[in-house]
Design a protein around this ligand. Sequence first.
Ligand code: CO
Length: 219
Amino acid sequence: MDTYKKLLLANRAWTQEKLTLRPDFFERLSREQKPEFLWIGCSDSRVPAEEITGTQPGELFVHRNIANLVVHTDFNLLSVLQYAVDHLKVKHIIVCGHYGCGGVKAAMGHQRLGLLNKWLRAIKDLYHLHRDELEIQEDVSKRTNRLVELNVIEQVHNLAKTSIVQYAWHTEHRPSLHGWVYGLDTGVLQDLLMVTPDAKMDDIYRFDMEELKADKHHP
Ligand code: CO
């Protein structure tokens, strides 16, 4: 059988299973979504957001890209962020990286990878910034994994620098920002950091709240 056909068959089995447990499962979900969490993860096929967190359809609003980056000019990410924060009113945003990330490995290399080089440039900048700490570690896979952690921390701070998050912090005292890292070889999620709505930040990144309030389309 063609491999793709297995997916469609598995879908039929899955719908039956859900309906057996709860006959109105899909009918209820189709009415609305009220997820409490926005998940920003890596596209890697081995890090399925719902499965590793034991969450069900309707619980996670998900954005995934290579190396779980929060780039302040990425309209895709920003649209997801704005919708999740302003309309869905999520309480938590989780940036989840993973050890052994191919995107982070590629950023540490020197290969020409076309568009991917441009996407991953932010990680090279991060390496440059933390070169001393990273190069103390002689083991390349441990060095990669430290850069994975530093990357998650940086992306959480990038969220805090957006007017979208700052506005919600000011007006509704949410969401909390979380940085997690997943072990491909253990299945374990580790909590690296949490940034709460009263967090301090370098003043240069802070937006004037009165101006934001006056502008309905603030981002
Ligand atoms: Co990855």
